[in-house]
Ligand binder design. Structure first.
Ligand SMILES: Cc1cc2nc3c(=O)[nH]c(=O)nc-3n(C[C@H](O)[C@H](O)[C@H](O)COP(=O)(O)OP(=O)(O)OC[C@H]3O[C@@H](n4cnc5c(N)ncnc54)[C@H](O)[C@@H]3O)c2cc1C
Length: 423
């Protein structure tokens, strides 16, 4: 079993550190994932000189490691959002997340990025009848108020969606898609470079100071000054931006890939090629590989670092609960990466301590990092299209949090308890 992403077999990261560090640029972007590259492409097209500074190889963060599942869904419910921000702003957030979902395939087509994007639809299995009933009530209410395009699938039709008897039924969301995340990252990197962005790997930013012309960034490869800075470090946000570090909570997400399976077995397990999740709080997600030969299964079996071997064991155990046919099937890959949670469970784009930023996607960043990275770039350019409902909300922290998430074991225990009783 290899301890690196399955995706790197087709789209290896690396060999991308050759751009030289300029002495001065209009815009310095910290982090070369989807957020940073999307911001860089936008400002480069706006006529600004830009350097993307990346601590490792471009793509080494979550953007070449994720499940490639694309959705329009925000974590908090419509009721929670309405209570917090009022009904109109709640609708604005939901509408913008939907716009972001629609934007991605159009963007891929316009940029000529071939990354196996499919508009697959997605299915969430309900483990308990009470969860199914709650999902059904919510689906009906959201269809009416927000136009959610989803239908409930009863137990009798479950196996048309997913080959398991574990669920009592579930919800089919039509507006879901999937892509090959590392191919997407490689395509975005190529587009940013082709439009003039320098993308410099092995170039960790270790210092960020204001200077009369903007900012002075100290890096592992020298110093660069920039008028504007965009921070795009998400789950890898560190001490260089302490105020942002206090606003994102790094959580490890793990994935495994099975060895190739027979076409018949794949057709039984995932008959429609949907993106799949279930109703547990300790989230798991699974999907077919783009060539439909393997099951890719992810989740957060622990909120602390348990390493790829133990993570694979736990994920495999849950995978075989969903699909008993996979007991004893060999795993080819096990890997992990950091996502960034926020205290309000929403992504954010904004301006703090003089720097622009986009981050906090709470594990659903393929769509939103592309979108909010672009918004951050548009904000640098001061364009009217920079407006975003996600910029107009407070980005909270917690007075007891300074970047080390000491409370995650407690959250995990609470989620485990809630999952056990099906709340
Ligand atoms: C295992 C896994 C599965 C996931 N599955 C899904 C999914 O199916 N669907 C979905 O929507 N989302 C998923 N996600 C989340 C998604 O991958 C992220 O939200 C998204 O990639 C964030 O992109 P980003 O550019 O903001 O951050 P990243 O891609 O993480 O990039 C941040 C970069 O910043 C760099 N950096 C940090 N500090 C510095 C510094 N000081 N100097 C220079 N560089 C620095 C890091 O090295 C890193 O490369 C998953 C994530 C993981 C880990």
């Amino acid at each position: 079993m290899r301890h690196e992403p399955y995706w790197w077999d087709d789209a290896p990261i690396g060999a991308s550190t050759d751009d030289a560090l300029p002495a001065r640029v209009d815009v310095a972007v910290i982090g070369a994932g989807y957020s940073g590259l999307s911001a860089a492409l936008t400002v480069a097209r706006g006529g600004r000189s830009v350097a993307v500074l990346e601590a490792g190889q471009p793509g080494v963060g979550a953007s070449s490691r994720n499940g490639g599942m694309c959705s329009e869904v925000l974590k908090p419910s419509f009721a929670t959002l309405s209570k917090r921000y009022g009904r109109d702003h709640a609708l604005a957030l939901i509408k913008e997340a939907r716009e972001a979902f629609d934007f991605l395939p159009t963007f891929l087509e316009e940029e000529g990025i071939d990354c196996n994007y499919v508009h697959s639809g997605g299915f969430t299995g309900a483990l308990k009848q009470a969860q199914y009933d709650a999902m059904a009530r919510e689906t009906e209410a959201l269809g009416r108020t927000t136009g959610l395009d989803a239908v409930m699938i009863p137990k009798a039709e479950l196996r048309d969606e997913v080959g398991t008897d574990l669920y009592v039924g579930g919800r089919l969301m039509h507006r879901r898609g999937g892509l090959h995340p590392a191919k997407y990252h490689a395509g975005l990197l190529a587009r940013a470079r082709a439009n003039g962005a320098a993308v410099i790997g092995n170039c960790a930013v270790t210092g960020l100071e204001r200077d009369p012309s903007g900012f002075r960034l100290t890096t592992a490869r020298g110093t660069v000054t920039a008028r504007d800075v965009v921070v795009a470090t998400n789950g890898y946000t560190g001490a260089v931006t302490p105020a942002l570090r206090r606003r994102v909570i790094p959580v490890t997400s793990y994935m495994i890939a099975t060895a190739p399976l027979s076409p018949n077995l794949m057709a039984t397990l995932m008959p429609r090629g949907r993106m799949l999740t279930d109703s547990n709080r300790l989230l798991c997600y699974f999907r077919p590989s783009p060539d439909n030969t393997r099951v890719l299964f992810g989740g957060r079996p622990a909120y602390t670092d348990i390493g790829p071997v133990e993570a694979a064991r736990r994920l495999q155990s849950y995978m075989t609960t969903v699909f008993p046919e996979l007991a004893g099937v060999e795993l080819s890959h096990s890997w992990s990466g950091f996502i960034a949670y926020t205290f309000d469970r929403l992504p954010h784009v904004g301006f703090r301590d003089g720097v622009h930023y986009a981050m906090g996607y709470c594990g659903s960043g393929v769509v939103m990092s592309t979108w909010l990275g672009r918004k951050a770039g548009l904000r640098v350019l001061d364009k009217p299209e920079a407006k975003s409902a996600f910029a107009d909300i407070e980005h909270p922290t917690n007075p007891l949090y300074f970047g080390k998430p000491w409370f995650l074991p407690l959250v995990q225990a609470w989620y485990q308890g809630a999952d056990m009783i099906g709340r």
